[in-house]
Design a protein around this ligand. Structure first.
Ligand code: ATP
Length: 634
């Protein structure tokens, strides 16, 4: 954890304690979204990860061959050098030195070419596998139902697609191939050393676990520290983005100081993690370097003794000149083999840490891919060509959590072509009724019937083909006005889009935009006014021409003139199709075939506007309030 100095400015800031509490909660929630940093190596998971390379078996197998070749080349290079020094050079044989150098150069070139292709192909393999994985994840996310999205945070989904997918890429592109190269290198180098001098090699083996242990101790701590640095940075950027986009609210509610305290806390957290990682690196790298050099010093003493005194203490007696030359050659071989041998050991240990991170990422990514989409269709569900648009709620009850119902015994019938206005206080269940008609959920009790077919028996695609949804948030995707309208009917031509806008009598309003229908709407439609966004969504629904229309009317007000045009467009849009409107406009409610008043998930009144007014019940009270609020605002 980071150690922070108390900051007087932050402590004095109003709400600093609250800010700290919020940060703590926020950090905890985000840490939960990110999940554990590492997971143990599990064979089934490794096999599944490896199976992602199956479609690219040719590429993968070429890489395996290159990996093996490189595992031999790496120890062969220092071996040639040591052989030339201990052989031709010690014997003062100049042509032999030249031949040896030429052989070294040739192998060097071959090694460079192998390295080039190994790097290139592993990057390609990592890229194609991650591309497939992201495509599969996205496709799978599209299939998951509302329940999944109700319980999963957006941040968690984004982490699966970004940091976890990246961890998998590292696992596939680096861990396997880099580890194989280095393990191969170590095996061959060990064979060479053991061949030259078995007892001296015993000394090397005895020291290796020390280096491995140092690496494991620091490596895992460093891995965690760097991951914390990264995630604390993403918290800083996320908070910064939120603060900048919400700057008006911040200033409006005079929250600048509180936000500054929160931001300060996140930044000092990040600095703390950075310092911790730097402190660890500062000990680890010099320690490892010192150990390797110490090792060489030990080797020089032992090997030197052997050369000068004939064999290691306790391993044989007097040596002949030929044996002494062989001992000298062995020492040179060891001195050349050892530094890259320890380097390879370090690389393998580092890859082990990366593999644990990849395992954690793989567990989460596969868990998402294995999440079964909720089955909403019965096996023999009907898929009628068209829908007339009769909607019946037959004693429907529903709870997002089945133990806590939010709709109780709802019954009503909408004839084809009718407009049903849903009104009620916030949380009364209006949106939930709409979600049941849209088949985002199935009722927990009773039946929702469309054209006499209960929703589980009606194929979801058939319903969606005849269902148009216009939400209050007026969701627009990055692209042009034209693209956004066409989303309602992807095969529609430009002329069809223009015709839809004409039908709603709003073409002139959209053509007034800087580039007319080709104007880019900006992120989430930010480049358009609220009224323009609503019109684009109406055109989108008009183009799709569904039999059933769901409309969550926007509450935000637009200027009087635009309001009149929107109202006119809305009347055209509603005409001739069964519509359910979460109504906020008086004129929509007045023209509705029926107004359904909900309270705490129950229908308390139902009828035409005038009838309900005459009854003088809850609706009449709401209406009076509405009128008073309208007068006060004008
Ligand atoms: N995804 C959800 N998970 C759990 N409970 C939910 C969910 N959505 C809504 N609820 C709860 O269901 C009840 C009805 O909510 P609903 O959104 O249908 O009301 P509403 O009348 O549309 O409200 P508003 O006018 O504020 O949009 C509320 O108590 C709400 O807290």
């Amino acid at each position: 954890m980071s150690r922070r100095r108390p900051d007087p400015a932050a402590a004095e800031a109003p709400g600093a304690t609250l800010a700290t509490a919020i940060t703590r909660l926020d950090l905890k929630a985000r840490a939960e979204e990110e999940g554990p940093a590492r997971a143990p190596l599990r064979w089934p998971l490794v096999r599944r990860l490896w199976s992602l390379t199956t479609p690219y078996a040719g590429l993968r197998n070429t890489l395996l061959v290159l990996t093996c070749v490189r595992g031999i080349q790496l120890p062969a290079l220092p071996w040639i050098l040591s052989a030339v020094i201990a052989g031709p050079l010690a014997a003062r044989n100049w042509p032999g030195v030249l031949w040896g150098s030429a052989g070294f150069l040739a192998l060097l070139l071959f090694t460079a070419v192998t390295f080039h292709y190994r790097m290139k192909l592993s990057l390609v393999l990592g890229e194609v596998v991650v591309q497939d994985l992201r495509r599969d994840l996205f496709g799978h996310l599209q299939k998951l139902g509302m329940r999944y999205y109700d319980r999963t945070k957006v941040g968690a989904i984004i982490s699966r697609m970004t940091s976890d997918a990246e961890a998998l890429r590292q696992g596939i592109q680096d861990v396997v191939f880099v580890s194989l190269v280095n393990v191969g290198h170590m095996v061959i180098a060990s064979l060479i050393m053991a061949w030259y001098d078995l007892p001296l090699f015993g000394f090397v083996l005895a020291m290796s676990p020390l280096i491995w242990a140092i690496h494991r101790f620091f490596g895992s701590r460093l891995g965690t520290a760097w991951r914390e640095v990264q995630s604390s940075m993403s918290r800083v950027t996320a908070t910064l983005a939120e603060s900048v986009s919400g700057i008006r609210v911040t200033q409006g509610f005079v929250r600048q100081e509180r936000n500054a305290a929160l931001f300060h806390e996140l930044v000092s957290d990040h600095a703390g993690y950075n310092l911790r990682a730097s402190r660890l690196s500062g000990v680890y790298i010099p320690l490892l370097d010192f150990n390797s050099q110490l090792f060489l010093a030990g080797l020089l003493v032992l090997g030197g003794w052997q050369v000068l005194h004939g064999g290691l203490p306790g391993f044989g007696g007097e040596q002949s000149p030929a044996e002494q030359a062989a001992t000298f050659a062995a020492l040179v071989v060891f001195i050349f083999q050892l530094p890259p041998f320890f380097l390879a050991l370090r690389v393998v240990a580092r890859q082990h840490n990366t593999a644990l991170t990849a395992m954690a990422g793989a567990e989460r990514v596969f868990a998402l891919l294995d999440t079964e989409p909720e089955v909403l269709d019965e096996p023999d569900a009907a898929a009628p060509e068209t829908i007339r648009g009769e909607v019946v709620f037959d004693d429907v009850s529903f709870g997002y959590d089945p133990k806590r119902p939010v709709l109780h015994g709802i019954s009503f019938k909408a004839e084809p072509g009718q407009t049903i206005a849903l009104v009620g206080h916030t949380g009364s269940g209006k949106s939930t009724v709409i979600k049941l008609i849209s088949k985002f959920y199935l009722p927990t009790g009773g039946r929702v019937l469309i054209d006499g077919i209960a929703t589980p028996g009606l194929r979801t695609e058939a319903l969606m083909a005849e269902l148009g949804i216009v939400l209050q948030s007026n969701f627009l995707f990055t692209g042009t006005v034209m693209d956004n309208i066409r989303m309602g009917q992807p095969s529609a031509s430009d002329a069809d889009v223009v015709a839809a806008a004409k039908k709603l009598d709003c073409l002139d309003l959209l053509e007034q935009l800087p580039e007319g229908l080709h104007t880019a709407v900006g992120e989430r439609g930010g480049a358009l006014s609220l009224g323009q966004r609503q019109l684009v969504c109406f055109c989108r629904a008009m183009l799709a021409d569904p039999r059933l229309l769901i409309l969550d009317e926007a509450t935000s007000s637009v200027d009087g003139l635009t309001e009149a045009r929107i109202q006119k467009a809305l009347n055209v849009l509603l005409r001739g199709r069964t519509s359910f409107v979460v109504a906020h406009r008086l004129s929509t409610i007045r023209h509705a075939s029926r107004v359904i008043v909900l309270d705490h998930g129950k229908i308390i009144e139902s009828g035409r506007h005038n009838e309900l007014l005459r009854e003088g019940g809850v609706y009449a009270g709401m209406y009076r309030q509405f009128i008073r609020a309208g007068e006060a605002a004008s």
